[in-house]
Design a protein around this ligand. Structure first.
Ligand code: CIR
Length: 263
């Protein structure tokens, strides 16, 4: 397997978590330590820089407690950013906030949504070679998946787009990520309504299920430091695991992919 060509990124965007981050949406009960969250975010940011990625850091946005989860507001495909329409009303404003800071060399398009009823969160969009899996659940609806699919097919008519109905986790990528163009890493808490179109999924044990959202980038994979089994799985897939602590983001239902937009 050639890890050099798979998910190789040269630039990216992240946003410092606001002091208001504990007011974001979550299903968890534990309270967040903001100072620790910012330290963890800095370590995440520096790790991406050390992997050779030219990272831009946006200022914290206090009015949007979840705005550091930049992945949900736009989908990058080649040199195009497709702006989303997040499923959670309180997160919709994050899109224009992010749009004003997207690099000028990116083309920006909106969803192709005639009826204005589409919702899409970037966390539900899993790209894997010539395939795109769009999760349908609480945040991304069918109109959203169709509107995004139209945009993606305009950009590349050869793309195969699949709609994946699921439950059990927040976003599709909370439950599945691509290790390379053939193999996926799965969280056993993900419940798929129909069989997944590809059968090469390595399912993690339940106690490490949340580590399925590793960030595969430039031959490495950023992963929860306590998930040692997952780190072994990543090594077997020819990726270099980089263990990090993201405990404070987990308390807000966040994880590795959602904290950056890479291009
Ligand atoms: C939310 O519920 O929207 C945020 N607290 C967490 C979003 C995490 N984003 C992601 O997994 N793509």
């Amino acid at each position: 397997m050639d890890t050099n060509n798979f998910r190789y990124f040269t630039s990216g965007i992240a946003r410092t978590p606001p002091l208001s981050m504990a007011a974001g949406i979550t299903t968890q009960k534990e309270s967040v330590d903001i100072d620790l969250a910012r330290q963890q975010h800095q370590a995440y940011f520096k790790t991406l820089q050390d992997l050779g990625i030219r990272m831009s850091l946006l200022q914290p946005a206090e009015n949007f407690p979840d705005s550091h989860f930049v992945e949900d507001a736009a989908i990058i495909y080649g040199n195009t950013a497709i702006l989303t329409r997040p499923g959670a009303l309180e997160r919709r404003g994050e899109v224009s906030l992010l749009n004003s800071h997207l690099p000028s060399n990116l083309n920006t398009v909106e969803l192709d949504d005639e009826n204005h009823d589409a919702t899409v969160d970037g966390g539900d969009v899993l790209m894997m070679g010539d395939k795109v899996f769009i999760g349908l659940s609480y945040r991304t609806n069918l109109a959203g998946a169709q509107a995004l699919s139209k945009r993606l097919k305009n950009l590349n008519p050869q793309l195969n787009v699949y709609f994946i109905e699921f439950s059990g986790v927040l976003h599709l990528k909370s439950g599945l990520i691509a290790l390379n163009d053939d193999v996926l890493l799965g969280n056993p808490y993900l419940k798929l309504k129909n069989p997944f179109p590809l059968n090469k999924i390595i399912w993690l044990p339940k106690e490490e299920g949340y580590a399925a959202n590793a960030l595969v980038v430039n031959g490495a994979a950023l992963v929860f430091k306590e998930c040692t089994h997952t780190q072994e799985v990543l090594k077997q897939a020819n990726l270099i695991p980089i263990p990090l602590d993201l405990s404070e983001f987990r308390k807000m239902d966040g994880s590795f992919t959602c904290l950056s937009l890479l291009m």
